[in-house]
Design a protein around this ligand. Structure first.
Ligand code: AMP
Length: 292
């Protein structure tokens, strides 16, 4: 496994692999790797012949007062995980390497970035799409792998790649959870054991949503109220948002209601963001509301 710190070195390694006819996979991460990231790497190893993992805590996607400085950066452990998982190159640029001069060019996906996390994090997705566009240009992967855990991010990146005719496929991998349902996240490291227990209410609230839709509840407000009730069982939880949106357009919708296309139901995304202690945690599930 190679560790590339510069754009030129990762490009040279990818170029050599491509010249041998290898299919290139990219897994963009911010490090502090866990089993969620490993599942993406495994998917990449399965589908591609040459796998690049990028580890870069991207400052442009953090707003003022967010956790950019204290975001965990356990590089040696991350490299060991990559080595064991069969990664070919880990790209670990510095901020100076990725942003060599003042950044004047931004990629902004409209509409899809306005709801959910976009409401409280106005510059977040612009930072994500810009750094992913840079990574796609640097690595030129055939396939890039993202997690359903960050559903809005995955949908936004898919749209960016389609709108800008980027020559790659974006694959979205399922959310990996702890046995108690808590979605695995680098930010879970900020939580005490007690707070981790409270955080299991997030997935419980999402399961409640699925149950209610499956049982035929047609009005989101009723479902959201029940989900909020579950989350409020833990005083440590401060709700940022609880929402049910159309899984394509990310706009609020009643399950089973008529979509603008006239289609009934379809896939809805139930999404939750909460603060627990110092951590902001997000999670979501996709629910097929077309059956009932
Ligand atoms: P991050 O390092 O948090 O920016 O995440 C890098 C990639 O890993 C993103 O595409 C995330 O959606 C994905 N990811 C993070 N946590 C999980 C998880 N629990 N299950 C699946 N994918 C995940």
């Amino acid at each position: 496994m190679e560790v590339a710190k510069t754009i030129e070195s990762v490009r040279a390694l990818v170029k050599a692999a491509r010249s041998k006819g290898k299919k290139i996979g990219l897994v963009p991460t911010m490090g502090a790797l866990h089993i969620g990231h490993i599942s993406l790497i495994e998917a990449a190893v399965k589908k591609c012949d040459f796998v690049v993992v990028s580890i870069f805590v991207n400052p442009t996607q953090f707003g003022p007062g967010e956790d950019f400085e204290k975001y965990p950066r356990p590089l040696d452990a991350d490299l060991e995980i990559c080595r064991k998982a069969g990664v070919d190159v880990v790209f670990v640029p510095t901020v100076k390497e990725m942003y060599r001069s003042e950044n004047l060019t931004w990629v902004n996906v409209e509409k899809l970035t306005e709801s959910l996390c976009g409401q409280s994090r106005p510059i977040h997705f612009r930072g994500v799409t810009t750094v992913c566009a840079k990574l796609f240009n640097i690595v030129a992967p055939d396939i890039a792998f993202f997690g359903q855990k960050d559903a809005q991010q995955a949908i936004v990146i898919k749209r960016m790649a389609a709108d800008l005719n980027m020559p790659l496929e974006v694959v979205i991998c399922p959310t990996v959870r702890e046995p108690n349902g808590l979605a695995v996240s680098s930010r879970n490291k900020y939580l005490t054991e007690e707070q981790k227990k409270d955080a299991t209410l997030i997935y419980k609230s999402l399961q409640k949503c699925r149950e209610m839709i499956d049982a035929g509840t047609t009005d989101s407000e009723t479902i959201i109220a029940e989900m909020r009730k579950i989350l409020s069982q833990a005083p440590s939880i401060a709700i940022e948002y609880v929402n049910i949106v159309d899984a394509g357009a990310l706009q609020a919708i009643d399950p089973h209601a008529c979509l603008p296309t006239g289609r009934r139901g379809g896939k809805v995304l139930a999404a939750v963001a909460v603060r627990i202690g110092p951590a902001c945690l997000i999670d979501n599930i996709l629910v097929d509301a077309s059956k009932k």
